[in-house]
Design a protein around this ligand. Structure first.
Ligand SMILES: *[C@@H]1O[C@H](CO)[C@@H](O)[C@H](O)[C@H]1NC(C)=O
Ligand SMILES: *[C@@H]1O[C@H](CO)[C@@H](O)[C@H](O)[C@H]1NC(C)=O
Length: 540
């Protein structure tokens, strides 16, 4: 600490101390962390929130024993399992957000590094993985009585899908894009189950480098119905129905890789009412060579500290680069109900992969898309738990962000290592949940959750609120996403057209399934920057 200048008289010294305290508490940042469960027994490599406020969590089946027994003394007999042919522990769990409780689920084949999406009826559809699970599809239909579990279909996919990405389409199917050594895509479910065709995608081959920095491509459904696909350091706009590339985007400046294993993250920024343009934000990653340096020389290069933002609907778009307050690889980007983006989890050095991440970044950062350029980032309060490789984060209906996972080892390893396998669940509450915002927090009174919406249909929400802020009342609609490996598939936030304000708001549902693919969404009334607890809405 610097000593005080000698001429400072006592009252000024006092003032100085107060000033110092104010500065220190501001530097502590916004938001709050809370440990929900010390252990849910399974490391949250993949997470999906379903419309009954349960989160399905799973990792991989060939890690050896987890810390959660299968129910009723059951065991998994899988001669193909690489670690334990007879395994009486669970590798998937259902976390009940409201009750803060969990139960084991039975997943049979290997889900390692798989992908997923939610079908229009609210069933989780999870595809691919490794070994005996590489072509499997698994469904999980949510229930409230603890009776539901995974249902598996072997050989459901045309080819093996390991590190692929799913995106829900306007017709309710998912497109499954890429995966290791798969330069193609396919659709699921298949109306004709014997149709094992794939569609070639040269772009995935072109973006493959020596360490395959093009895995888990960032896929977003644009407002014109085409797919924005980013891999490595560049992107295309794909008309998947004709398999034609309708736009090639410029390479992101600096050309450093942003996809697995140099994992950055990506979001489609909130869509405005009746949107005429769409933007994508991609943050973090690792400089070229990071993976080999970490693997071969145990040298952990500093992660990227830049974000690139691009208007994907522009005919001649360019990247707008912004500097983050902290470098980050393996971070998760979560759209918050107020339209801000939370960057959370990850490391400041190294890459994804076993033992390859270092310098955990414990502080989340909020990015305000509508803020003034150069003043969009805001560092939040830190957690004490490193969340490295295989950690995840998802938005909950109550506005908190559920954080779980981190297992940078080949097997479960709970001690004697620098970054132990993490079985805990934490919640990060953004500052809009602070008690000083309680007078600003709307409460939706009617209709009760869930509501049924039709495309372009008007619906009204009655709410109570202490005081309406200058920012006014907005209604937002957020798709719960499938989070794994620093990317949240199907993440989407729409700001709806509204009328009214003090106690009732009439909103117009998105006009088409291109803007909002069919399924369940969380609807929030947002007062300035303070969202209500959401209600579930189904649109089809
Ligand atoms: C495993 O679970 C038990 C409770 O069932 C808990 O006491 C223990 O700490 C857990 N181990 C780890 C490594 O989380
Ligand atoms: C955990 O890591 C330690 C140190 O590297 C190693 O000795 C031990 O075998 C590992 N345990 C498992 C289950 O892999």
């Amino acid at each position: 600490m610097r000593s005080l200048p000698r001429h400072v008289p006592f009252p000024s010294f006092f003032f100085f101390l107060i000033l110092l305290l104010v500065v220190v508490s501001a530097a502590a940042g916004g938001g709050e962390w809370k440990l929900l469960q010390h252990s849910i027994g399974v490391s949250a490599m993949h997470m999906q929130l379903l419309h009954n406020d349960r989160v399905v969590v799973f990792d991989r089946t060939d890690f050896g024993p987890s810390n959660l027994s299968l129910p009723d003394g059951r065991c998994r007999n899988d001669p193909n399992d690489k670690a334990l042919p007879v395994d009486c522990t669970a590798h998937s769990a259902e976390y009940d957000v409201v009750a803060n409780a969990f139960r084991p689920l039975m997943v049979l084949t290997d889900t390692w590094c798989s992908s997923g999406s939610v079908a229009p009826d609210g069933t989780l559809v999870q595809t691919g993985g490794f070994n005996d699970g590489e072509r499997a599809a698994r469904t999980f239909r949510p229930c409230d009585d603890g009776s539901c579990d995974w249902v598996e279909t072997a050989q459901a996919l045309a080819v093996r899908r390991w590190y692929a990405t799913n995106q829900v389409l306007p017709d309710g199917r998912a497109v499954v894009v890429g995966g290791r050594r798969q330069f193609n895509y396919e659709f699921y479910p298949k109306p004709d189950p014997s149709d094992m065709s794939t569609i070639a995608l040269r772009f995935l081959q072109d973006t493959r480098d020596d360490v395959e920095d093009n895995l888990y491509p960032f896929v977003h459904l644009s407002i014109d119905g085409n797919l924005f696909i980013f891999a490595n350091n560049r992107a295309i706009l794909l008309d998947y129905s004709k398999n034609t590339v309708v736009r090639t985007y410029p390479k992101m400046p600096s050309g450093e890789p942003r996809n697995y294993p140099s994992s950055g993250s990506s979001v489609l920024l909130p869509l405005k009412p009746s949107p005429t343009e769409a933007e994508v934000l991609i943050c973090g990653g690792a400089p070229a060579g990071s993976y080999s340096q970490a693997l071969q020389k145990k040298r952990f290069l500093r992660a990227l500290d830049s974000c690139g933002r691009i208007k994907i609907t522009d005919a001649a778009p360019s990247w707008n680069m912004e500097a983050m307050p902290v470098p980050r690889v393996m971070g998760d980007m979560v759209l918050l109900p107020d339209g801000d983006v939370l960057l959370i989890n990850g490391a400041a050095a190294g890459t994804a992969g076993w033992e390859l991440g270092h310098d955990p970044v414990l502080t989340p950062v909020v990015y305000r898309p509508d803020g003034a350029a150069g003043a969009r980032f805001d560092v939040q309060s830190g957690s004490t738990t490193p969340r490295l490789y295989h950690s995840t984060a998802v938005l909950l209906r109550d506005g908190r962000v559920l954080v779980g996972g981190s297992n940078p080892h080949v097997k479960y390893n709970f001690s004697g290592v620098e970054y132990p396998t993490e079985l805990s669940m934490e919640a990060f509450s953004p500052s809009y949940l602070n008690s000083e915002n309680s007078r600003l927090r709307p409460q939706i009174l009617t209709p009760p959750s869930p509501i049924q919406l039709t495309y372009g249909g008007r619906f009204s929400l009655q709410f109570s609120v202490g005081v309406v802020s200058e920012g006014g009342i907005r209604v937002t609609m957020v798709a719960p996403s499938f989070a794994t490996h620093s990317f949240s598939m199907n993440q989407r936030l729409l700001v709806l057209e509204t009328e009214g304000g003090m106690s009732e708001v009439v909103a117009v549902a998105p006009a088409s399934a291109i803007l909002a693919p069919p399924g369940y969404y969380m609807v929030y009334v947002v007062n300035g920057g303070v969202p209500s607890e959401g209600i579930w809405a189904h649109i089809q």
